[in-house]
Design a protein around this ligand. Structure first.
Ligand code: GDP
Length: 426
């Protein structure tokens, strides 16, 4: 979607995450100068397959795998410094040089060990199904004005004093939550001292870097994590993540105005999955779900947790088109449906006996909706080798046409396998 008219493109998940954004970003990053992550933390779990190597990137933008690309961790991200440096070292060890190609916003908040303790303790009482990586508590601290930012490492003396208060606060919270765990002040002080000399040289006002790149009409890719239905405002609250995953979050979290963005690509699977708790209206009966899970390898990249599986939900994607202002769709994992004789598509909902075309706000109402399904013919042939639309079986094209018509945004990419080259550009 990078063409003469689009130079600043957001890529977002348009379902519940795990849509295959990593692969799309990897494909698009080939044409990008700058790849920016703008929200979330070390829970992204993007998987990119290059040749025989598989890379799972939790914190670092997957654009790093392209040697020409500069990567940015924007102010909207919460940075887990230990995961970040572990990934950076692993990339360097595998010959992917990162020096001079990665910058971290000095306004990004740090995820510290006490956030992880708090995450585990609150998950026990709330059961949201978090990844336990401290992301929720780090965002809570940010909005509660109790955070520690990357730039704070520049004044370690002040930050040490801050840390005393923060660790004390965290320990009181842990007690309140009934946890026996306690955060150690010494451990945190030592961590910050170890981090500062490594993190500060690559920290910057990254909003300015992105702004300059946009002004120079360089190609900027803003890489979202999770999906629209996990957005803290627009998702299935409270079963959501702690940040704005939708395209508006890209502007805030990358530090550029919304007018800088000129395209938004929504990534959707050809079916639907969800990790953790909360409603999933088109969830398939367990035998069909197990088939989708097995064929699609639907197990969390970070946690290994089996994902819940169901059929394409057009109500969800229509909603994602609206709240993100999607200018195009990328449909991934079409190949996973290759063996099904019939493929149901959820077209709309029934709620308490009335038809319902929009997503209800309350999780309780969304749990009660009954999806209306339309059953389309499967194609029972491999799509893995298709590189042009015309290579796809007719029934697969009919299926995609139907998804496009029901969703209300044009399909720009179709992914038919894990590899970089298994993509159709429409
Ligand atoms: P992300 O978080 O949205 O990047 O999604 P993940 O990387 O967690 O999950 C996507 C998984 O699907 C990865 O294992 C990818 O290699 C894989 N994948 C991506 N696109 C396709 C596709 O078109 N077909 C198949 N079979 N797998 C795909």
């Amino acid at each position: 979607m990078f063409d003469s008219g689009t130079t600043c493109l957001v890529v977002v998940g348009a379902q519940w995450g795990d849509e295959g954004k990593g692969k799309l970003v990897d494909v698009l990053a080939e044409r990008a100068d700058l790849v920016v992550r703008y929200q979330g933390g070390a829970n992204a779990g993007h998987t990119v397959v290059i040749g025989d190597s598989q890379f799972i990137l939790r914190q670092i933008p997957s654009g790093i795998l392209h040697p020409r690309v500069t990567c940015i961790i924007g102010n909207g991200v919460v940075l887990d410094p230990e995961t970040f440096f572990t990934e950076l070292d692993a990339l360097d060890a595998r010959g992917i040089g990162t020096a001079g190609r990665i910058y971290v916003s000095d306004r990004a908040h740090l995820v510290l060990p006490y956030h992880k303790l708090l995450d585990a303790a609150s998950e026990k009482s709330q059961a949201i199904g978090t990844t336990g990586r401290g992301i929720g508590p780090a965002y809570e601290a940010k909005t509660g004005r109790r955070g520690i930012r990357v730039g704070d490492l520049r004044q370690l003396d002040c930050t040490r004093r801050l840390l005393v208060e923060r660790v004390d606060f965290a320990n009181r919270m842990l007690e309140l939550l009934g946890s026996a765990e306690r955060a150690s002040l010494e451990e945190h002080l030592a961590l910050l001292e170890r981090l500062a000399p490594r993190l500060l040289p690559i920290s910057a006002d990254t909003g300015l870097l992105v702004y300059r790149a946009v002004a120079a009409r360089r190609r900027v890719l803003l890489e979202g994590a999770q999906g629209a239905l996990l957005d803290v405002d627009h998702g299935t609250y409270p079963y959501v993540t702690s940040s704005n995953t939708t395209a508006g979050g890209a502007s805030v979290g990358a530090g550029i105005g919304p007018t800088a963005i000129d395209g938004v690509l929504g990534v959707v699977k050809a079916y639907t999955t969800r990790v953790g708790n909360g409603p999933l209206p088109t969830e398939a009966p367990e035998d069909e779900a197990a088939q989708l899970r097995e064929l699609g390898g639907e197990f969390g990249a970070v946690t290994g947790r089996p994902r819940r599986c169901g059929w394409f939900d057009a109500t969800v994607v229509r909603y994602a088109v609206r709240v993100n202002g999607l200018t195009g769709l990328a449909v991934t994992k079409l190949d996973v449906l290759d063996t099904f004789a019939e493929i149901p598509v959820g077209t709309s909902y029934q709620l308490d006996g009335a038809s319902c075309d929009e997503l209800p706000a309350e999780v309780d109402a969304l749990s009660r909706v009954r999806p209306s399904f339309e059953v389309l013919d499967g194609w029972r042939a491999s799509t893995a080798g298709a590189r042009r639309l015309a290579d796809l079986p007719r029934a697969a094209r009919v299926y995609l046409d139907r998804l496009e018509a029901l969703s209300g945004a044009p399909i720009r990419y179709i992914s038919v396998g894990t590899r970089r080259d298994q993509i159709i550009e429409v």
